[in-house]
Design a protein around this ligand. Structure first.
Ligand code: SAH
Ligand code: SF4
Ligand code: F3S
Length: 439
């Protein structure tokens, strides 16, 4: 196989994978390769995969098949690399089953150029090590990014929720050093970022060498000229400190949005999930957050149909949703994952019961999202323009509360515009431009 000259990276799953995909792209660009938008014409295709639910994992194999077929129709045989969490979980099994050329785990992708070279020389290459030395030190500097950029500050998870593969696919919780993060943030701003979202599986568990928390990092980013907005995700209730809660009151660039998954409303289910918090503890925590930042938009994740979940227990989830009034939330049917404790638990919930619970939960979440959007009608707020809309002169962007806003404006991508919200729909808002905020 020849050494690839063009590449295409396709990322699935969470924002951390999106970040990793960007960094792999930068790494290969630094090797002299050229990115292409079209997977079927690339010499090298990197599938950056997600293992969180069964469907996500199955998808990898069907994607590999489709990719080969599309490429063959063009008379091509691309090199295929599987990266991300399926690579970590299944390792050599992927090479056996799908005959791919490279398998590389989420903590090893700084070695991608060497693995690609090995594959080009004719030997399939596999690296799923989780080295102590961080991959970040071996990656090239950031060069060009959109107005809203991701920055991974914390990797891995030590929480071991009984349903979840992340502690196995991403390894132990590690915080990147303060100085390296601030340096990368500065590079992102120089490269065009106006908003930075700090990422981690438990991002609010980030600690520096002296034990100081995420608010320290947020304060450092607040001081960066040119950066207008700071966000972070995803957080764990048990890592939500008063210092971080206070930052929502004190730091203007920190956007009023908190993604704080709770998963379920029943304490029996939470215990079986090993979440180590109660529903009431979660609600009291949100009270503190709202006391600090009354307009904060709350988001969460939910799992329906965890083993043994009864109708009464599920109704406690609905009750919790009603009590919180989420601005948005994600909900999933429980998917048993090989090697996790919950996969061996009795009391599987029948598929049709799960379907029906998911529908009821999503209806409740949609109701609250529509109500949250309606409550922003008439407000004045900033919108960070991130892309063109479908209509002439229309641009799209995000409100401070992470809602999609469309408006007619001659502002460009990356501009911050002050708007009045003149229409609120269940999934988006319409804004009318008032003031262009100077870049
Ligand atoms: N670290 C984050 C996100 C983990 S994965 C956190 O702890 O909140 C994102 C979401 O996927 C989880 O919050 C959970 O709602 C869902 N999820 C994880 N494992 C799952 C499984 N086995 N079945 C269904 N949903 C799952
Ligand atoms: Fe998974 Fe729980 Fe860790 Fe989140 S906190 S990544 S759900 S084990
Ligand atoms: Fe998926 Fe791995 Fe993220 S399993 S959700 S890509 S951490």
């Amino acid at each position: 196989m020849n050494s690839p000259r063009t590449f295409h990276v396709k990322s699935f799953g969470c924002q951390m994978n999106v970040y990793d995909g960007e960094r792999m792209g930068e790494l290969m660009t630094a090797q002299g390769m050229t990115a292409t938008d079209d997977a079927s014409s690339a010499d090298l295709v990197v599938l950056n995969t997600c293992h969180i639910r069964e469907k996500a994992t199955d998808r990898v194999y069907s994607d590999i098949g489709r990719l080969r077929k599309d490429a063959r129709a063009l008379g091509r045989e691309p090199m295929i690399a599987v990266a991300g969490c399926v690579a970590q979980a299944e390792g050599a099994e992927i090479v056996r089953r799908a005959k791919v050329d490279v398998v590389v785990g989420p903590q090893a992708y700084h070695n991608l150029p060497a693995l690609v070279a090995q594959a080009a020389a004719g030997t399939p290459a596999l690296d799923t090590d989780m080295p102590i030395a961080s991959k970040f030190g071996a990656l090239p500097a950031r060069r060009r990014v959109g107005p809203s950029a991701f920055l991974t500050v914390q990797e891995g998870c030590d929480k071991f929720c009984t349903y979840c593969v992340v502690p196995y696919t991403r390894g132990a919780e590690v915080s990147r050093p303060f100085a390296a993060i601030v340096e990368e943030a500065r590079a992102l701003v120089d490269a065009g970022a106006r908003e930075i979202t700090l990422l981690g599986q438990n991002v609010n568990g980030w600690r520096d060498a002296d034990g100081r928390g995420l608010e320290l990092l947020i304060a450092a980013l607040d001081a960066l000229p040119g950066l207008a907005r700071i966000r972070y995700m995803t957080s764990h209730p048990n890592d939500m400190t008063q210092g971080l809660i206070d930052a929502h009151r004190d730091i203007e660039k920190l956007m009023p949005f908190l993604h704080l998954p709770v998963q379920a409303g029943s304490d029996r289910v939470l215990k079986a999930m090993n979440r180590a918090h109660t529903a009431d503890g979660y609600l009291r925590l949100l009270d503190k957050v709202r006391a600090s930042r009354p307009d904060i938009a709350l988001s969460g994740d939910f799992i329906v149909g965890f083993p043994g979940e009864t109708e009464a227990e599920f109704s406690e989830t609905l009750k919790l949703v009603e009590a919180v009034g989420y601005a948005q939330a994600f909900s999933f049917k429980y998917s048993p994952r090989p090697g996790t404790p919950a996969a061996d638990m009795a009391g599987a919930v029948p598929a049709e019961v799960m379907d029906e619970r998911l529908q009821r939960l999503q209806a409740a979440i949609n109701r609250d999202q529509a109500a949250f959007n309606a409550a922003t009608l008439g407000r004045r707020c900033s919108v960070l323009i991130d892309r063109k809309g479908k209509l002439a002169g229309q641009m799209l962007g995000k409100s401070p509360w992470l809602q999609s806003v469309h408006l007619i404006t001659d502002a460009a991508v990356g501009d911050l515009v002050e708007v009045d919200i003149v229409r609120a729909d269940p999934n988006s808002l319409a804004g009318q431009e008032r003031v262009r905020v100077a870049a």
